[in-house]
Write a protein that binds this ligand. Structure first.
Ligand code: 6PG
Length: 250
């Protein structure tokens, strides 16, 4: 199914099928690149089952862990070990068990001053640029092989909230967001639209009936952050039946 532009919607039965389909796409992206691979993870609850799946016997052996680098698209400005910390969730779900430590690239919320998500954003932007090997993004050389995304009840994605200035950032790769629009109400650090777009594939994972209302608005083309987030390569929306808007069913 297409949603009005080059984006593609793939419907699956339920959250378990969603995690399986997402894991297969992760594997396919990894298999397509014989060199160094960069994957940008997301927070929230939606990707947890996928992360746990990657640590299972069925998937673990299919990933060349030494060649894969793991980044995070946005972070809640809380200490690294805090249960709200997005990278902490990913670490607990699979990274600590499977990935070499130097290949895990968290947004440094501990080293920055506690009130300064901008400082943290600056440090992460620097880290991304060193990894990428240039200060400017080149469309023919994407920063990430794969960017995972979720969508919030207000249509936000990463920590790009509706009508926030971060949405229009065209130059910076990472910015601080002093105040979140939805829970948890902690400051955030987020990659910007141009940095997130610099990927071979952007993969949204959406499940559950509580997501159907916002997905209906997104697929209707409303001006929402989740609509503005698109890859320069492929953009895929993996959606389970419960979240699928009415006219996409059947
Ligand atoms: C965060 C996120 C955020 C998330 C969506 C969906 O830090 O909260 O990265 O953008 O992906 O809010 O969250 P759920 O998966 O929990 O619904």
């Amino acid at each position: 199914m297409a949603i009005g532009d080059h984006r593609k919607v793939i419907a699956v039965a339920n959250p378990a099928a969603l995690a399986n389909a997402a894991a297969e796409r992760v594997i396919a992206r990894i298999a397509a690149n014989p060199g160094r691979i960069a994957i940008c993870l997301t927070g929230g609850s939606s990707p947890k089952a996928l992360y746990q799946l990657l640590a299972t016997e069925a998937y673990r052996g299919r990933i060349p862990w030494d060649r894969v680098h793991w980044f995070i698209g946005d972070e809640r400005f809380v200490p690294a070990g805090d249960p709200l910390n997005n990278m902490n969730m990913a670490r607990n779900a699979f990274l600590d068990e499977c990935a070499p430590k130097p290949n895990v690239h968290p947004i440094p919320t501990d080293t920055a001053s506690p009130d300064d998500p901008d400082k943290s954003a600056e440090l992460y932007e620097h880290e991304l640029k060193s990894f990428y090997g240039a200060d400017e993004l080149d469309a023919s050389h994407p920063l990430f092989d794969l960017v995972l995304m979720g969508v919030g009840p207000d249509g936000h994605t990463a920590s790009l909230f509706p009508n926030y200035p971060a949405l229009d950032e065209a130059k910076r790769w990472v910015v601080g967001v002093p105040k979140a629009h939805v829970e948890p109400f902690v400051p955030r650090v987020t990659l910007t639209l141009p940095a997130l777009a610099s990927c071979r594939e952007m993969l949204f994972e959406v499940a559950g009936s509580e997501k159907r209302a916002i997905l209906t608005r997104v697929f209707a083309g409303e001006n929402l952050p989740a609509n503005r987030a698109q890859s320069l390569g492929e953009t895929i929306w993996l959606v389970d039946q419960a979240a699928l808007p009415e006219h996409f069913r059947g």
